[in-house]
Design a protein around this ligand. Structure first.
Ligand code: C2E
Ligand code: CA
Ligand code: CA
Length: 410
């Protein structure tokens, strides 16, 4: 499959030794190198409890003699398992669907199910939609790798530029907010995507400097928009590492004040890009205090395993962003649709505003309309753009809205 498939840990749990071998072989052939197998639930739970062997994905047989698949899922819930599941069974489709519903009810992300006997293509079909990180890393696997010092220089030379991508109301087409997405304008290599430098900046201890630059540029821009009578909010991406020190809160509060922006105008999008450190109290404290000051908080990439249920439980988010991997094509793919529906329903139940990311075409857009999703973001509406291109886009978008984008298809 790709080099990144080698980092992914997959656990196969099945009491049938033949099935264990078969699945392991299929996965190896698709490039997954870290595949382990267990023939019973107890052994599997031991692997899950061990940080070094904790799987990202479990292929789970429903029918096992001692602990069956459903019982096993309950133990996963107790452990707040953050990986994904594929159910495997020879039971009829209805039984599998029922089990799928149950897994969803427990809010464990499920990629789909395999009905025995199955072929490698069916397995691949399910796995290929999984983990945008896999797809993203796959795309960037042959791209140039930068070192910390280059990124440090890029920050101090102000080579980072903010692009902005609109989030619009699905019902009215109204522009509600814009997300700030940073790029590196490299003198030789051109425009570099954040996937190629954010992770390195985090690892190299540069993320605070990077965020300070992105935030101050974004809020200065927000001030300009506000002065021209624009009402929308501005979102910025915050790394978990930014939330390790209480200074972050002061930075946000001070920059908002300096630019005459009320906190309601600013959204902080948070993803758990790295495992939270042993002490999760500081991020929790910073986010809660920012929320008390009326800044808006958004949980990003929801459903990918980076954004966990525990975060949802502990942090008072205003907005939930359903990850693009569950939005684009959800109108035609049952599994994506199930995850999309579940995320939407949960967010609504929690009183949060829901953004669907990765809206790429008219069909995606129509699904959002049919299902009552609040906001849409994606290339169908607009790619991320420079602030200078914003007025032209807005005019064009308003034209599209007037021409029937928000009326029902005939
Ligand atoms: P994200 O926050 O999930 O941002 C959405 C990404 O999806 C953006 O990629 C955007 O360009 C892309 N996208 C938008 N619409 C579509 C669509 O319809 N189809 C597809 N296939 N993709 C779409 P981008 O700009 O490359 O950013 C990648 C990630 O880098 C972001 O993911 C975010 O996690 C991170 N990032 C960007 N700027 C910052 C920043 O200032 N600080 C931090 N910590 N992370 C940032
Ligand atoms: Ca984001
Ligand atoms: Ca996202």
């Amino acid at each position: 499959m790709c080099s990144t498939a080698t980092h992914i840990k997959i656990l196969i749990l099945d009491d049938d030794p033949f099935m264990l071998k078969l699945l392991a072989k299929m996965l190896y052939n698709q490039g997954f190198a870290q595949v382990s197998s267990c023939s019973n639930g107890i052994d599997a739970l031991k692997q899950i409890d061990h940080p070094g062997t904790k799987p990202d994905l479990i292929l789970l047989d429903l029918n096992m003699p001692d602990m069956d698949g459903i019982e096993f899922v309950r133990y996963l819930v107790d452990r707040q398992f953050k990986g994904h599941i594929v159910l495997v069974s020879g039971e009829d489709e209805r039984m599998l669907k029922a089990a799928e519903k149950l897994v969803h009810a427990h809010q464990i992300p499920m990629l789909g199910y395999l009905h025995k006997p199955f072929n490698p293509d069916q397995l691949f079909e399910i796995i290929k939609h999984w983990a945008p990180s896999v797809a993203k890393e796959q795309q960037s696997s042959d791209k140039k790798v930068y070192i910390v010092e280059e990124i440090r220089a890029a920050i101090s030379n102000h080579e980072l530029v903010n692009y902005y991508q609109p989030k619009v109301a699905v019902a009215s087409g109204e522009l509600i907010s814009v997300e700030t997405l940073v790029r590196w304008n490299h003198s030789v290599d051109g425009l570099i995507s954040p996937d190629q430098f954010i992770g390195i900046a985090e690892q190299g201890g540069l993320i605070n400097d990077l965020t300070r630059l992105v935030l101050s540029d974004a809020l200065a821009q927000a001030k300009i928009w506000q002065q021209s009578g624009q009402e929308f909010r501005v979102a910025i991406n915050v790394s978990m590492d930014n939330l390790a020190s209480l200074d972050f809160q002061d930075l946000v509060v001070n920059l908002a004040k300096e630019n005459d922006l009320s906190p309601q105008k600013i959204i902080l999008e948070v993803t758990e890009s790295q495992l939270m450190g042993a002490d999760a109290r500081i991020p929790l404290e910073i986010l809660s205090r920012l929320r008390l000051k009326r800044f808006h908080l958004s949980i990003d990439d929801f459903g990918t395993g980076h954004s966990s249920m525990a975060q949802l439980r502990d942090i008072p988010f205003n907005e939930l962003k359903i990850d693009q991997s569950f939005v684009h094509r959800a109108w035609t793919d049952e599994t994506l649709r199930a995850i999309y529906d579940a995320s939407l329903a949960m967010a609504k139940q929690l009183g949060m505003e829901v953004v669907a990311e990765g809206v790429e075409d008219e069909q995606d857009w129509q699904l959002l309309r049919q299902t009552g999703c609040d906001l849409a973001q994606g290339n169908f509406i607009s790619k991320p753009m420079l602030a200078a291109d914003f007025p032209r886009w807005l005019e064009e978008w308003q034209g599209r809205v007037r021409n029937g984008l928000i009326s029902d298809p005939v």
